[in-house]
Design a protein around this ligand. Structure first.
Ligand code: ADP
Ligand code: ZN
Ligand code: ZN
Length: 822
């Protein structure tokens, strides 16, 4: 901003704070900071009576806000902006398209390390060493004194005691020095790692003195002399203590002696905590069909078109992706490689690291706050140019993005559904790419019908890769008729004698077996055999799921858990039976059928830590597990050598889900599974038990007829007006009181119905009518992609939401919009 030196211009900052607020508030910048504030910078601002938040400057202006007196900005938290203008444009788009507030985006986009606020608790670092504090200024010393007296204090308490508002900079400085830790880290049970180093002191800067000292030392103490030579010879004249003691055989007392003489200092280094992995950059040659695909993709990119790579499993899509990644890196651009699932990243990172020649940053929520904060800075400073991550990696602070790869584009986990923003990473990637003028390369063996339709419409380019790298055959896919088998008495629990025989046969030959069971929407629960009563969650309207391992019942929506009742709460009977089948139950039954085998489970509940994924997979790969029982996690692109047989005991679960996408998804799962089988030398086998053995989806998998199924399903969706031919928004109204939620929904209905008419369905009570103590009412809005002005309708919905919330009695009503629901 240009300024007349005579004129005193007061700047106002519009600031995004991490709260779901419809409005952006304006703060006054103290005059002396006029040249120190920038858009995208992090500052501390007061909010409400006492609270302080870290916010991001969204806009700077010289006009004061209308209708209220602006408060002063309290503190500048970083010298430079941490959010770029392009990122801010992206945030705005996400907020608008997915119908939430910029504050929701901020909470989602920035690692917690950047979101310190007045209620954040700080405490002494677990490794705090009173003898090694370093230089503190007087404020820092006061804070330290407070922490020595109490275990933890809030930022607000620090403010009150020191009687100054701007304390965050002191806390930040102590945090960087490793003296304090913050609450979120403690929750995640995280400790930053420190290592002890020796640094040469300034004594050695004087060459004459240095030579003299070395000569004396060599005569008096060879050990000290040797140690000193190592340290002087190390990069930057610093070396890790452990390295000297363990590999150079230099003892601690010798180093202490050097310190006493003023030759060296001990310094703690905080280790790099996020996972950055150095790539090896192995070279490889493309097959002919890969070469053709690469040429087609290049042609599409040259013509400004994004690409959908339809490549069957094992065709080598990863090699193709990485070719284009290297190209972008060579041009000095950054690359984002999106993967659907945390479970997949670890595996993929190893593979990618072999082929990519640069450092790789891994971005997902399994890493701690500090790790993510550090990675954020490295991406922003362009120290890391290749990022692999799950959907939130879209919010990484890229400076110059050249390519976005979306692996397994069809995966539903790209959609965030449990919190705002309810964005779909693949779809949002289109916007991010546009802002950077970057290319998108999506890939899948079973593309989503949405992307298939975009390619039919000519909006994106589809490129085919239909040849497997090693000419394996697609698995032999067989269906077994459950109805018939039951009639003939050939079922032992969930498994037919045919399935049991097939499993036995493979195991005898030391081949691997997977049992696939997608229990989504089909959890085991306890039911009374007399009156039919089922135990419900106390907070949600849903049956509790039974977990044998802890002998407890748990709510899959809110996490509430309780012990199994001895008597039926309805009639007092003790005749309680288990209904429904989970993977646990299947494992139990397999144990009965094959008592001598080692059987393991692979699903979200059996896997809690990030290391568990790899542990189980490694054990299976090493042949330490005979049968792996897993949910859809298993079908997601994990390669196994020598999986000879995959058994699906109950395919009807996926075929019968009440959802217009159930056929698309069932095909994806079964087809991807079949791609896992027999990847070694032999042809694999997939055995599917179903009451509908001739179901069109099962036939399509058998015949590898993806395109045919897709075409007929798209036709049907067009007829019935389902996406991608229409756009859906799910509207959920929530409140802790049932009556209030009913009347609020009725009120909203009145407002919406007048404008939207037949497009609006509802209000209705969803099958799970209460979640986390909030009662729910739902609407479904179906809009025509061509005829309706969808952005206008979204604006209207946001306005209507505000109308409801400002009606008396409804201020605590929550309205959530799920745009393009899964
Ligand atoms: P997709 O992801 O399409 O299912 P992958 O990328 O997993 O296929 O490739 C299948 C296997 O073939 C992998 O083991 C991969 O390393 C190997 N592969 C594919 N293309 C090449 C190539 N051009 N050179 C060497 N190995 C390749
Ligand atoms: Zn009962
Ligand atoms: Zn619950």
């Amino acid at each position: 901003m240009m300024m007349d030196s005579e004129e005193r211009i007061t700047l106002f900052a519009k600031v995004i704070v991490p709260l779901p607020l419809p409005k952006i508030y304006t703060y006054r910048v103290p005059f002396e900071w006029t040249n120190l504030v920038f858009v995208g910078q992090r500052i501390a601002v007061p909010f409400g009576a006492k609270k302080i938040y870290s916010g991001i400057i969204h806009e700077l202006t010289d006009s004061p806000p209308e209708g209220y007196q602006a408060n002063y900005v309290i503190e500048i938290l970083d010298e430079k902006p941490i959010v770029s203008p392009v990122q801010l444009r992206f945030w705005e788009w996400v907020a608008q398209y997915y119908m939430c507030f910029l504050g929701d985006i901020l909470s989602n986009a920035l690692p917690a390390g950047f979101r310190v606020q007045s209620l954040t608790k700080i405490s002494l670092h677990p490794d705090f060493d009173p003898d090694n504090i370093g230089v503190l200024d007087s404020r820092e010393n006061e804070i330290l004194a407070m922490l020595l007296n109490t275990k933890s204090i809030t930022v607000e308490q620090v403010q009150n005691t020191l009687k100054v508002k701007s304390v965050l900079k002191y806390i930040k400085s102590m945090y960087i020095k490793g003296l304090v830790s913050m609450e979120e880290e403690l929750k995640e049970n995280y400790k930053p790692k420190f290592s002890e180093w020796v640094h040469c002191s300034t004594f050695w800067d004087d060459e004459y003195e240095a030579n003299l000292a070395l000569n004396t030392m060599e005569r008096q103490s060879v050990k000290q002399f040797e140690a000193m030579m190592y340290i002087l010879g190390a990069p930057n004249r610093q070396i890790e203590v452990k390295k000297l003691t363990s590999t150079k055989n230099i003892s601690r007392p010798i180093l202490n002696a050097l310190q006493k003489k003023g030759y060296v200092q001990f310094v703690k280094h905080q280790e790099d905590r996020f996972h950055a992995i150095q790539g090896e950059g192995e070279s490889f040659e493309f097959t002919e069909s890969q070469m053709k695909a690469v040429a087609e993709i290049q042609y599409a990119f040259d013509n400004q078109k994004n690409v959908l790579l339809h490549g069957i499993t094992g065709s080598g899509k990863t090699h193709v992706y990485l070719h284009f990644a290297e190209e972008a890196l060579k041009q000095g651009k950054q690359v984002l490689f999106l993967v659907p699932e945390v479970a997949l990243t670890e595996h993929l990172v190893t593979r990618v690291a072999q082929l990519i020649s640069q450092e790789i940053g891994v971005w997902h929520h399994y890493y701690s706050t500090s790790e993510r904060t550090e990675l954020y800075e490295k991406v922003r400073m362009r120290e890391i140019n290749f990022v692999i991550g799950t959907r939130n990696a879209l919010f990484a602070p890229f400076a110059e993005l050249g390519l976005i790869i979306v692996d397994e584009e069809h995966e539903s986990s790209y959609k965030q559904f449990e919190k705002r923003p309810n964005f779909h990473a693949r779809d949002a990637a289109f916007q991010l790419a546009k802002l950077f003028d970057a290319n998108i390369l999506m890939g899948s063996a079973t593309p989503s019908y949405e992307m298939m339709q975009l390619s039919v419409d000519g909006i994106i380019q589809k490129v085919n890769l239909f040849e497997r790298f090693e000419q394996q055959q697609f698995a032999e896919f067989m269906t077994l008729n459950l109805g018939e088998l039951k009639k003939q008495n050939r079922m032992q629990g969930f498994f037919s004698d045919l399935a049991v025989a097939a499993i036995q046969d493979k195991l005898k030959r030391k081949e691997k077996v997977i049992v696939y069971h997608n229990r989504k929407g089909y959890a085991p629960f306890i039911q009374c055999g007399v009156c039919g009563h089922t135990t419900q969650c106390v907070q949600c309207d849903i049956a509790l799921t039974f977990y044998k391992s802890t002998n407890q019942q748990r709510c899959n929506y809110c996490g509430y858990q309780q012990n199994i009742p001895k008597n039926c709460p309805g009639c007092g009977s003790t005749d309680l039976v288990m209904k429904g089948v989970g993977t646990e139950k299947i494992v139990e039954e397999l144990n009965l059928l094959f008592p001598e085998l080692r059987i393991s489970r692979f699903d979200q509940t059996s896997i809690k830590k990030r290391s568990d994924f790899q542990k189980i997979l490694n054990a299976f790969e090493a042949g330490e597990i005979d049968i792996l029982v897993g949910t859809q996690l298993l079908a997601k692109g994990i390669d196994f050598e020598d999986v000879a047989l995959i058994v699906v005991p109950d395919a009807d679960i996926m075929l019968n889900l009440p959802d217009f996408r159930s056929h698309e998804r069932a095909f994806q799962q079964l087809y991807q599974l079949s791609g896992r089988a027999g990847r070694g030398k032999k042809r694999g086998q997939v055995l599917v038990q179903s009451y509908q053995p001739n179901h069109l989806v099962l036939n399509a998998v058998k015949e590898e007829a993806f395109l045919e199924l897709c075409q007929s399903e798209l036709l049907e969706r067009k007829t019935f007006g389902y996406p991608p031919f229409s756009r859906l928004i799910e509207i959920t109204v929530k409140h802790k009181d049932q009556q209030t939620v009913f009347s609020a929904a009725a009120h909203l209905n009145n407002i919406l119905r007048a404008k939207l008419g037949e497009r609006l369905l509802g209000p209705l009570t969803p099958s799970v009518s209460r979640v986390k103590n909030l009662y729910l009412q739902q609407f479904l809005l179906k809009m025509d992609r061509q005829k309706d002005n969808i952005p206008r309708i979204k604006e209207f919905l946001m306005w209507a939401q505000n109308q409801v919330q400002t009606t008396s009695g409804f201020s605590a009503i929550r309205v959530d919009f799920d745009v393009d629901p899964n």
